[in-house]
Ligand binder design. Structure first.
Ligand code: AMP
Length: 291
């Protein structure tokens, strides 16, 4: 489907065909260039809902530089094939003109202080653009007379926190489901950016999941997290330029590193990391302690 009207009509028809009093619809928003991480979201949505819709839209509002937007990989045929294999019923792949018929929207979602730090500090305006398009996609896909769930990856931890916050703060009638990060067999979190890494860069990038696993192990054993030793490990990989490694509260994203430094770890936290490997910026995170 390329228009909101087509999507609404087609999803209403499929929901009606279920003949259930309260069917459910699961939405999986993506920007395309799909991989097994996205398939994880689609599979989770398929397992829990009567009708599954995926969207593919490279959202201009969330890109800082025009060049970055133009360089974003577009692989529609392969994406449709993968979504079909996952049992997705409908794909919404609108043009920019369909999503923003009046040009750049004047009224937008403002993401607030949760977006000032971490990824937001590195990418000004990114989260406002992301939340604005997610709000629009949730409105377009909202099924009347059905339960509504939307699926997002834990890989983009700050994005997930912000979406939950928007949905709560603004009373969107949707349940947000976070799906665990899918990794390659070497531990690297799957990302459409990984294809831009050379062989040597990819090997170097493995220090990111290694660092997170180290923290995860210490947290599970209730040892001190000792982030300094992890920073040393990251610094030893010369081609990896660390942007941040933080241990934060999973809801407020406020740093907890000071408390975690030398005392045995208890409670729950999120370890978040971002680094540049060659020209590619990678992010990853891991939950410490129970969710
Ligand atoms: P994107 O197309 O990169 O905007 O991502 C679309 C959705 O897929 C987002 O909710 C991401 O968090 C999720 N996603 C991307 N990579 C992964 C991964 N490796 N594991 C799980 N979810 C992912």
């Amino acid at each position: 489907m390329t228009t909101a009207a087509e999507l609404r009509e087609a999803s209403a028809r499929l929901l009606q065909e279920t003949e259930l009093t309260l069917p459910s619809l699961g939405l999986v928003p993506t920007m395309g260039a799909l991989h097994a991480g996205h398939a994880g979201l689609a599979t989770a949505a398929r397992a829990a809902n009567d009708v599954v819709v995926a969207s593919i839209f490279v959202n201009p509002l969330q890109f800082g530089e025009q060049a970055d937007l133009e360089r974003y990989p577009r692989t529609l045929d392969a994406d449709l094939e993968l979504l079909g294999q996952c049992g997705v019923d409908l794909v919404f792949a609108p043009s920019a003109a369909e999503m923003y018929p009046g040009g750049e929207p004047q009224v937008r979602i403002r993401s607030g202080p949760l977006a000032d730090k971490l990824e937001g500090a590195a990418r000004p305006g990114h989260f406002d653009g992301m939340l604005t398009v997610v709000a629009k996609l949730l409105h377009v896909a909202q099924p009347p007379g059905a339960r509504f769930r939307a699926y997002f990856g834990q890989k983009d931890a700050q994005q997930l926190v912000l979406i939950r916050r928007m949905v709560g703060d603004l009373n969107f009638p949707v349940e947000i489901v976070g799906v665990p990060t899918v990794r390659a067999s070497d531990g690297l979190a799957l990302s459409s950016r990984n294809q831009f890494l050379s062989g040597a860069e990819r090997k170097a990038a493995l220090v990111l999941p290694r660092a997170l696993r180290l923290l995860e192990g210490r947290a599970a054993r209730h040892e001190a997290l000792d982030p300094d030793s992890v920073l040393e490990m990251l610094a030893s990989e010369r081609s990896v330029s660390l942007d941040y490694l933080e241990i934060v509260d999973p809801e407020t994203l406020e740093p907890l590193a000071f408390n975690c430094r030398h005392v045995p770890f208890t409670g729950s936290a999120l370890a978040v990391i971002a680094a540049r490997v060659g020209a590619v910026r990678l992010i990853d995170n891991v939950q410490l302690g129970p969710e």
